[in-house]
Design a protein around this ligand. Structure first.
Ligand SMILES: [Zn+2]
Length: 299
């Protein structure tokens, strides 16, 4: 199983910044130390080209992030200060998604230890998302005729408004987002299927609704799946308003990954959100998804 990482492109943040940037490197180390994946399986994400970024983003927006001549309102909504490293890192995140998708086509499953940047729209970013990795990679797979029908299963606690705003009218794509009703973004952009859970929702409520959502995904009959495996539905998450346990998240992953495996649908994993206090809990939850992936796919 190829697993792509982007943390070799570091992003300088002020010391008091709220975003837990260290989690990416921590997760990579955790997966190796605990023998969940091997060094051989780890791959460096390449930067995506501007040409491929433009599959999902406007040239003006790409240029503004590259040069720093970016609208102050937009950079404020993204939540990271501008630097050239921000551009590089964001391009690597999307590059990792594309490589992971291509690897999944060959090997049934692959993962990106970044991405799931589902709040990025065609002409602006927000919510710690600069470029939309799944939107770019989805458009690429369809354009190159590498697959026919893509399902995006987005189980991050936040609704995938950017995925919807970019891809909603692409007939080859079905977006299922399940999220906290009261969580950011406060104005949702409708997906093909949205399930909004009440604050405090537990494992049982989450899993029952996931089964309902997966039935709808099955009706679409996808030939490829992007799984946004955000772990911010965890009870200990600082931003998420749901109350899932580690066991609940593991059962969640088992449902999604078993569906892909049994129906021979290639699946590419995107990291998504995780903001637990302490952050080690998010890292553990992310690693559990990889444990489940290894158990089910065996490679
Ligand atoms: Zn999130």
């Amino acid at each position: 199983m190829h697993v792509y990482y982007s943390d070799h492109y570091t992003l300088p943040l002020p010391e008091d910044h709220r975003f837990p940037m260290s989690k990416y490197r921590m997760l990579r180390d955790y997966l190796i130390i605990n023998h969940i994946i091997t060094e051989d399986e780890l791959q460096k994400s390449p930067m995506i080209s501007e040409e491929l970024l433009s599959l999902a983003h406007t040239p003006d927006y790409i240029e503004s992030i590259k040069t720093g001549k970016v609208n102050l309102q937009i950079i404020k909504r993204i939540g990271f200060p501008w630097s050239f490293e921000l551009y590089q890192r964001s391009c690597a995140t999307v590059g990792g998604a594309l490589e992971s998708a291509k690897s999944a086509l060959q090997n049934r499953i692959a993962g990106n230890l970044a991405g799931g940047t589902h709040h990025a729209h065609a002409d602006r970013g927000e919510g710690y998302c600069v470029f939309n990795d799944i939107a770019v990679a989805s458009r690429y797979l369809i354009k190159k005729n590498l697959t026919k029908k893509i399902a995006i299963i987005d189980l991050d606690v936040h609704q995938g408004n950017g995925n919807s705003s970019i891809l909603k009218n692409d007939p080859e794509i079905f977006i299922f987002s399940m999220h906290g009703e009261k969580n950011y973004p406060f104005v949702k952009v409708a997906s093909h299927l949205d399930i909004a859970l009440p604050s405090g929702a537990d494992d049982h409520l989450f899993l029952e609704n996931l089964k309902i959502g997966l039935e709808e995904v099955k009706k679409f009959n996808p030939t490829f799946i992007f799984y946004q495996m955000g772990v911010d539905a965890l009870k200990e998450d600082k931003l998420g308003l749901l109350n899932l346990t580690f066991e609940g998240l593991i059962k969640r992953d088992e449902l999604v990954l078993t569906y892909a495996k049994e129906n021979q649908i290639p699946i590419s994993l995107a990291l998504g959100g995780g903001y637990a206090n302490p952050i080690e809990l998010s890292v553990e939850a992310y690693a559990n998804t990889y444990r489940v992936a290894k158990k089910i796919f065996g490679n």
